[in-house]
Design a protein around this ligand. Structure first.
Ligand code: HEC
Ligand code: HEC
Ligand code: HEC
Ligand code: HEC
Ligand code: HEC
Length: 192
């Protein structure tokens, strides 16, 4: 009797644990806060914040295609052929900093960097950047204040609920202005 009760309890405990683990894997699907290190510490706070470079200067395809795109190192080299280190550091003007040295070598070798991808939707979802950017939805409404980030961090969870919440709000605004709704809520618009 006793062993049966114990085995039963252990089995029940184990199944609870498996249930908890599967819950955990679901929660891991929410990637907000994900902030991986990159091959070199490229700073948006410096380039898009202090130096005020436009997002589209580097993410050139956000306006015209599905993907925003990561710039090739030739975009960086437009400046870093001559900018070799941060102003006010002890390095001489002609000494590249270790990070700029790494950048120049990766460029010269043609290998580039393997940037760690941060935002990624599951394959069954279509997300077109161009439609959002051309409708005037700011990058920041989905990606947060990137121009203040030393290292990019995922701001939105990118769940279906978040997509739909904005689509409904945007459509209500359109309707109040007497215009047709533009942001789809039908399944096939986002799922193939
Ligand atoms: C000088 C070029 C440059 C400018 C300007 C720039 N970015 Fe980036 N961006 C990069 C590079 C390189 C990466 C990849 C490395 C990283 O994640 O930091 C990146 C990564 C990102 C990512 C993460 C992509 C992923 O993997 O999910 C987002 C989001 C982003 N940028 C948004 C912006 C926004 C918004 C602006 C304007 C406020 C901006 N960027 C301006 C070069 C740039
Ligand atoms: C429009 C010009 C411009 C572009 C384009 C640009 N940078 Fe810079 N970058 C600068 C300037 C200017 C500084 C130095 C700012 C200072 O003096 O503090 C700098 C600083 C840096 C630093 C820190 C330097 C150090 O001392 O280690 C790194 C790393 C860097 N950039 C990487 C990149 C990468 C990677 C790209 C391309 C994705 C890029 N930059 C594109 C102008 C640019
Ligand atoms: C309406 C929300 C939204 C807006 C606005 C938005 N993004 Fe994104 N962004 C996303 C989503 C969602 C992903 C992931 C897409 C995927 O996995 O297919 C993403 C991915 C990215 C990536 C990763 C690489 C790629 O090519 O997709 C970069 C870089 C990026 N966005 C930059 C930007 C920039 C720059 C802007 C403004 C010009 C912008 N985004 C506007 C939601 C948005
Ligand atoms: C505005 C875009 C959008 C619309 C419209 C939309 N979805 Fe989604 N859906 C998403 C995104 C993004 C995800 C992935 C993130 C997540 O799982 O929340 C997703 C995930 C899902 C998943 C997978 C959930 C899981 O656990 O992996 C199912 C099933 C789904 N959607 C069904 C539907 C159905 C049915 C409709 C129509 C009633 C619909 N979706 C409409 C964007 C959308
Ligand atoms: C901050 C608000 C906002 C968020 C968040 C947002 N969208 Fe949108 N979306 C819009 C607006 C506004 C439009 C209508 C654009 C227009 O007027 O053409 C739109 C349009 C679309 C379209 C229609 C494109 C077409 O060709 O008809 C798709 C698909 C879409 N969104 C998918 C998504 C998915 C998937 C997500 C979540 C990952 C998402 N959106 C998150 C505002 C948003």
């Amino acid at each position: 009797m006793r062993t049966v009760a114990i085995t039963g309890a252990v089995a029940f405990g184990a199944s609870l644990m498996i249930f908890a683990l599967s819950l955990d894997t679901r929660l891991l699907g929410d990637q907000s806060g994900y902030k991986p290190a990159q091959p070199i510490p490229y700073s948006h706070a410096l380039h898009a914040g202090e130096l005020k470079l436009d997002c589209l200067f580097c993410h050139t395809s956000a306006e015209n295609s599905r993907h925003a795109g990561i710039p090739p190192l030739s975009t960086c080299m437009k400046c870093h052929e001559t900018v070799l280190n941060r102003a006010g550091t002890s390095m001489g003007k002609s000494d590249p900093s270790p990070d700029i040295q790494k950048l120049r070598e990766a460029y010269a070798s043609g290998r580039g960097f393997e940037w760690v991808r941060i935002h990624r939707l599951p394959a069954h979802v279509t997300f077109p950047h161009s439609r959002h950017v051309r409708a005037g939805v700011a990058c920041q409404s989905c990606h947060g204040e990137v121009q203040g980030m030393e290292r990019v961090e995922q701001a939105m969870a990118l769940t279906m609920g978040e997509c739909l919440a904005c689509h409904r709000t945007e459509n209500q605004k359109q309707q109040l202005a007497g215009k047709p709704a533009q942001a789809p809520t039908d399944c096939s618009a986002c799922h193939h």
